[in-house]
Design a binder for this molecule. Sequence first.
Ligand code: NAP
Ligand code: MG
Length: 496
Amino acid sequence: MSASNDSGFRVSPDVQNFLDRRHSHFINGQWSGDSGRDSIPVINPTTETVISHIVAGTAEDVDDAVSAARGAFPAWRAVKPAARAQILWKIADLIERDAPMLTELEFLDNGKPLLHARRGDVAAAIETFRYFAGWCTKIYGRTATLSKPGNIHAYTVKEPVGVVGLIIPWNFPLLMAAWKLAPALAAGCTTILKPAEETSLSALRLAELLTEAGVPDGVVNVVTGYGHVVGAALAAHDNVDKVSFTGSTEVGKLIVRAATGNLKKVSLELGGKSPVIVLPDADVDQAAQSVADGIFHNAGQICAAGSRTYIHRSIYDAVLEKLHTKAETLRIGPGHKPDTQMGPLVSAKHRQRVARYVDNSIKSGSTLVTGGTTVGDCGFFYKPTIISGTTIQAPIVQEEVFGPVLVAEAYDDLDQAISWSNNSIYGLVARVWTKDIAVQHYLAEKLEAGTISFNAGGGPDPNLPFGGYKQSGWGREHGEDGLELFLQTKSVLVGY
Ligand code: NAP
Ligand code: MG
């Protein structure tokens, strides 16, 4: 049955069938029984309507999933690298085949525009699986020449870490699953994936595609539910060897504490408060466009969002005027309309949180350049917002708002801009607009962030390590560094 909702979007029949299912966990290659379990409504952020239900998992469900992953580990790690590579490549092919359905699910579940979901999330998920398919056949150790006496042949081997828990946020649901599953599977690990409670649908569909691609039962298990129940049980589980987490810094700290029981490995991709410095020689149009894209794309719900901009005073008014115009002309609305540039925020609760940051900032004396209000009476929309006249210690300057809210200030001296940029507990990305190559090298050294980008957006690429300095995280995803997070090194000595 094809249905339509308030926004006028016609849900396609296969998506409607999927939404109408009684969802459950995916454990050991099967949908686990759901009778008598608590469910969580899935809300469409564009229409505020309930479109489906997922199961609220328990610690026992996590136990079952961990047992399945443990049971599947010996056989999965023994699969020859070329065969693993073929399976990863096939996963990418199946995501590509089902791109329309996955795109629609991301739009309905998260609210992001269809075009962004297709060209961003789904395309990047495909690319991620293909990239890590290539790594399966390129994992090897080294030989070591030892200084100790005797004839000893020594070498290292890379082995999978084991059973890993993957906990992901709601801002790029399918893509965050891909970022974790692709390297984990390439390394030979078995997994339990815990999607965000707001956006679990694409992970549930992905589980079916993994099986179709030839991923053996138990290698990928999906347990849905609340973070403080399912996520916490996974982080604390004694039979889990590692947790890879993407989410807020606050929850990242809870994960670290929970992991101490068996000292499991932990890697963390956490929050950010990424600065954008615009120097006087910058191309004003390009810089303004990039600053706007960097904070308004995905309604600012991006860990790497450029949420603070420091613009040289000589061009501050010119850049701010362009930013102001861009914010006011950005087309906000339901994401199925092809000209929509920004959809709603993910939930009512999240919009309240964003609005509270803005309201408190204005109350404490900063200037609202534009925005600062909700839009319409249906959907969790919030206007692109620019604030200036802040103090360096203000919450809106120090804390991650995770919405379309930009702090824009003028600086006089480059070292002042550097100091403001680095005055943060975070260090995910820093972006700079200048053509001066000497200044570029100076700033590349001085700025404290895992990624520094000059005259470029600074979005992630599977072949470029991505992650945080300071409280933005532990470890790097992508590239060989990302694979390493799922491997451990064994040293072997053979006397002869
Ligand atoms: P969040 O609240 O930290 O949640 C992330 C995940 O952790 C969700 O699946 C959540 O479950 C789960 N969780 C919550 N409490 C938990 C606990 N006590 N133990 C274990 N797991 C728990 O973050 P979010 O609000 O979903 O996402 C926004 C945050 O993610 C932002 O701070 C953003 O910067 C960060 N992020 C970082 C990156 C990066 O690569 N650095 C990328 C994307 C997002 P439920 O929510 O389902 O209850
Ligand atoms: Mg939802």
